[in-house]
Design a protein around this ligand. Structure first.
Ligand code: XMP
Length: 513
């Protein structure tokens, strides 16, 4: 296995992800946990030192354990990792002097070969992503230079005899297009076969859950989304009946969704599942509410109340399980208390753990969405379920701008089902990040048969996206849009007009509220 020593970079998890893509097992451990004894016990086959926000020129700044340098395994230092490697091995690092570099840069090769760079420098230079204030001003004895950039004369250095490699840039990010190749070369040189699988991940995750939970009781809010579902199934595999899931049904789910979720988890997975049918409570509290933030906060508050009620009824729990993914971790770190404004109060079960004295179990914290999907496949979740588009916690409430009524929700459910059916029939579902219908707070005049209609207008939305942070509207053909509008108006009573939303994000958001 490979050890990543984390010096606090925002992108350390991306290193782990690149390695998982190469089917290499790795673990990230913070630098202050990794001392000589840890290193001996972990016995890594290779070590990567991550980037980090500190400056090695500061007294007391993070270091790699001294025994690493005589441990005899390949070491790759990245950014801060490169700098501490150089300094610890007798080189020099300096701050400032106008040599900071942020963003895209080009590295050009020196006239010597390095197996780490196999497949690099095909065009005489290589694009990389830099993000550093300090720079190495003198390399350590035994090192040679293999690549330079205008502001980093020691962009790539190595001591081949000791198998120490150091790069100033970040090969793990997409802006270093051949970064993955560099990791591939590194793990190959370290002797990894690349035979680690999601199956192995599953086994390790299960062991970790058992170690963390012991004999404790775990409660999980199951939404029917991929993340909480995968988390619940995994935890159930690990601790069986010590887990209870609560599906809070707020009456704002899509057509047949609540029944499908509950049946699937009870029957196919045998999960201990409480179906908390609270649609009256939620829809009652939302009556007359049209402000989006009030809607979101009302739903969030009630959700916690209902969840708490059921948790108490089963005698409480020691742990709260959540399907938190790595991007959520990063976002909440940079957003909580940060200078950014609240665009939308996202609904989750935040606030509960402290209030109820529970600790968190988050088995997906290190994974990205596509990896969670792969794990879901490994756990035998049906493909159709795994590929489902994201669905927001507040459900249809935020797809019904203005006041929410049962009548509008019914129309919306039916129209949404026709729209999604159309998308599936045309084979477009997997190309789209998210598609849904929204019912607009207005009626318009139409003519059907020989009569006048005065019915609701509907907006259709479909976007492509990588992570939901930015999005493009999906360019359906006119034929598709025309056919879909006709089908919806013919099949769903109460709708007589259909619009297609051509707004990207930004300036729009994906949901309407
Ligand atoms: P927006 O509308 O902010 O949505 O562009 C980005 C992504 O997040 C989903 N979304 C939510 N998911 N709770 C969730 O779990 C929420 O409160 C929430 N609001 C929006 C949205 O569906 C899209 O995928």
């Amino acid at each position: 296995r490979l050890l990543i020593i984390d010096f606090g970079s925002q992108v350390t998890q991306l290193i782990a992800r690149r390695l998982r893509e190469l089917k290499v097992y790795c673990e990230i451990h913070p630098y202050n946990h990794v001392d000589d004894a840890f290193l001996r016990a972990f016995a890594p086959k290779a070590v990567i030192l991550s980037g980090g926000p500190d400056s090695v020129t500061r007294t007391g700044s993070p270091r790699a354990p001294e025994s690493l340098w005589s441990f005899g395994v390949p070491v790759l230092g990245i950014c801060y990792g490169q700098q501490t490697m150089m300094q610890q091995l007798g080189g020099l690092v300096e701050s400032g002097h106008g040599t900071a570099e942020f963003g895209r840069a080009f590295v050009t090769p020196e006239d010597r070969k390095l197996p780490l760079l196999d497949g690099w420098f095909m065009d005489g230079r290589e694009q990389v992503w830099m993000s550093h204030g300090d720079h190495v001003s003198k390399i350590a004895p035994g090192f040679q230079v293999y690549g330079t950039s205008p502001n980093a004369p020691f962009a790539i250095t190595a001591d081949e005899s000791r198998r120490f490699y150091a790069v100033q840039f970040h090969p793990e990010v997409h802006h270093t297009p051949k970064g993955a190749k560099l990791y591939e070369n590194f793990v190959r040189m370290a002797g990894f076969k690349g035979d680690w699988t999601m199956g192995a991940y599953r086994a390790e995750a299960i062991q970790k859950i058992r170690d963390q939970v012991g004999q404790g009781r775990v409660i999980c809010a199951l939404s029917g989304g991929v993340d909480s579902s995968v988390a619940a199934i995994l935890i159930h595999e690990a601790i069986g009946e010590q887990l209870t899931c609560v599906f809070v049904d707020h009456g704002l789910m899509r057509l047949n969704e609540a029944e499908e979720v509950v049946t699937m988890f009870r029957e196919a997975y045998n999960l201990p599942l409480i179906h908390a049918n609270e649609s009256d409570l939620f829809l009652g509290a939302l009556e007359g509410v049209s402000d989006p933030e009030v809607k979101r906060k009302t739903i969030g508050r009630l959700f916690i109340e209902v969840f708490e009620k059921h948790a108490k009824a089963i005698g409480g729990a020691d742990f709260l399980a959540q399907g938190t993914l790595y991007p959520d971790v990063i976002e909440s770190v940079s957003f909580s208390g940060g200078p950014s404004v609240t665009i939308k109060s996202h609904h989750n079960v935040g606030g509960l753990p402290e209030k109820m004295g529970m600790k968190l179990v988050e088995p997906l914290r290190e994974l990205f969405k596509d990896e969670v999907r792969a794990l879901g496949r490994e756990l035998g979740l049906p493909e159709k379920f795994i590929r489902r588009h994201p669905f927001p916690g507040p459900g249809l409430a935020i797809r019904c701008p203005g006041e929410i009524t049962r009548e509008k929700l019914d129309i919306l459910r039916k129209a949404d089902a026709v729209y999604i059916d159309q998308i599936r029939k045309h084979g477009l579902y997997d190309e789209i990040w998210q598609a849904f219908a929204a019912i607009l707070p207005m009626r318009t005049v139409g003519v059907m048969g020989d009569g006048r209609t005065y019915d609701y207008a509907l907006a259709l939305r479909a976007v492509t996206s990588v992570d939901g942070m930015t999005a493009d509207y999906y360019p359906f053909t006119h034929d598709f849009l025309g056919e879909t509008a006709t089908r919806i108006i013919n099949e769903v009573k109460g709708v007589n007009r259909v619009f297609y939303d051509c707004t990207s994000k930004p300036p729009g958001t994906i949901e309407l509220e």
